[in-house]
Design a protein. Structure first.
Length: 95
């Protein structure tokens, strides 16, 4: 196994330190991911292996941040409906 997970984890920590906790709408997350993927494509087209590998790690770290944001918000991917577990647990606390 490569050191990918370690690099991705370190990048995720770097992002968290730089930007703090990020909670965006799906469209914003998708734009961020596409921008990072574009950086991979640019590095590949330029034949820059090291830059491409670095950018691939950044794509993975941004995807993790997106996942973490969705976990915190419990909003479905469409961004409209709420997680049913959240609603049922709220009702249980009230009633």
């Amino acid at each position: 196994m490569s050191d990918f997970i370690e690099r991705q984890t370190l990048e995720r920590f770097r992002q968290e330190k730089k930007w703090g906790e990020q909670n965006h709408h799906d469209g914003t997350w998708q734009m961020i991911l596409m921008e990072e993927l574009g950086e991979v494509s640019k590095a590949v087209l330029n034949g820059d292996y090291e830059k491409a590998m670095k950018e691939i790690v950044e794509v993975a770290a941004v995807a993790q941040a997106y996942y973490e944001s969705k976990e915190r918000s419990k909003i479905c991917l469409c961004g409209i409906c709420r997680d049913t577990k959240s609603k049922s647990s709220e009702k249980e606390k009230v009633g």
